[in-house]
Design a protein around this ligand. Sequence first.
Ligand code: 13P
Length: 259
Amino acid sequence: MSGPWPRRPRFVAGNWKMHKTAPEAAALAREMIALAGGARPRCEVAICPPFPALQAVGEALKGSPFHLGGQNLHPATHGAFTGEVSGAMLAALGCQFVIVGHSERRHGMGEDDALVAQKLRSAQRDGLTPIVCVGETLAEREGERTAEVIVRQTQAAFEGLDQAAALSAIIAYEPVWAIGTGRVATVEQAHEAHQIVRATLDRVVAPGAGARISVLYGGSVNAGNAAALFADDQLDGALVGGAALEAASFWRIIAAAGA
Ligand code: 13P
């Protein structure tokens, strides 16, 4: 895509996490393109393979309507950060997007709100659209702290960002208890969480900002439940894990988003 990101497009992103070698990933990308059969998806689609597969998947996606994204970045432009990858490196491989603050990094790799905020800014500095993940754990939901957590994470990421920068980011609400569990949030739970995200953006960024920023849902989205989720006016699309690793199921989710 070139030019400014249109406001609240329907958007489906596949987060392949740590799955697929480069040749396997390129084969899956080609399978997806073949399934599209030359038809343009009626929503924006991005694929976020692991770093070593970015080049091969980028090659496979060339000339297709599918965008490429990274799963993480280091905030610095370059330097002595063994094992890390910068936004500029992702952009040079053709990435337009990068996932920031995924719960598997917040909870598995110790990323805190301040680091996520830094990564959001670094992504934008390097010309990438950040997909900023927020979401509560099961203990936080059961402790009735869902709103508090979503507000804190959203505020920490967006506070102090100028309005134009904020409006060009994407948010994914991913309740941790729904990720990889088969236990999808109800439409009502997702709706309520997205409203909290938008209200926080109205307060932190500018009045009305919440209505202009795309908020995706993630957590056990599959071909069977996508249409019901996308029917809700608060949900602008999905960040898909497991179901994005199979071309046919991912394509059905894309079709549901464009319906
Ligand atoms: P699943 O779709 O496998 O639950 O994963 C969601 C996710 O973490 C996407 O970033």
